[in-house]
Design a binder for this molecule. Sequence first.
Ligand SMILES: C[S@@+](CC[C@H](N)C(=O)[O-])C[C@H]1O[C@@H](n2cnc3c(N)ncnc32)[C@H](O)[C@@H]1O
Length: 228
Amino acid sequence: MFRIQNFLPKTLRKILTRVIKNELLKQRIAIEAEIPKIDFKKDHLQNAKLLINRSELLEMLPKNGVVAEIGVDEGGYSSQILELNNPKKLHLVDSWSSEQYRHKREKVEKKFIPEINQGRVEINLGLSTEVCSNFPDKYFDWVYIDTGHGYKLTKEELICYSTKMKDGGVIVGHDFITWEYLGFNRYGVIEAVSEFCNEYDWELIFLTMEVSGHPSFAIRKISNTKSS
Ligand SMILES: C[S@@+](CC[C@H](N)C(=O)[O-])C[C@H]1O[C@@H](n2cnc3c(N)ncnc32)[C@H](O)[C@@H]1O
């Protein structure tokens, strides 16, 4: 196997390692400086319940509702939503624009031909935040956000889709973590959700506990629950 240490003298290896570590550290400090860290308030956590995984989460969410999955990939979770929650209407929102996902749009279109023909599933092609403004206000029972997971995008999605939720509607989302599973990309879902709850008075109602490291969250506007 090729190992760099077999070719470089020890001192040079040490210097190179230090330079790379310093560069990575500088990058991390710059990224962290851009992400506000605002803790949840007690009021935003007091009704939160832990669940095993996002399949159990689906069981807790309304059936027969108007739903969106925002970030679809090839529709694996969309199938689970259709099976477990039997939505009256399921919007699948995705841009399928990056190299990793580009070829998956056709797969989804084929996979859900019967449901699309019945009008049960609708594909909404485009960026999550742009597509959002096409939906009527107070339209969704719940939405599941699973797109880029960066702080800025997640915050924008929460702000836009919160205006599209019915009273008592639930915003759900994937990857309530700070770093991508393999540690290459800084996510910002926790920070975006906590800041959003602080600013708009929403509370965490579910958090899933997958040991695989991909938890989901669910939040709801506080005033709606108080009045019900
Ligand atoms: C992690 S995958 C979704 C996985 C899917 N929810 C599941 O559980 O099987 C992320 C998807 O989000 C889409 N995506 C990423 N950024 C987006 C954006 N800003 N607007 C719309 N779609 C986006 C990608 O094209 C990709 O299909």
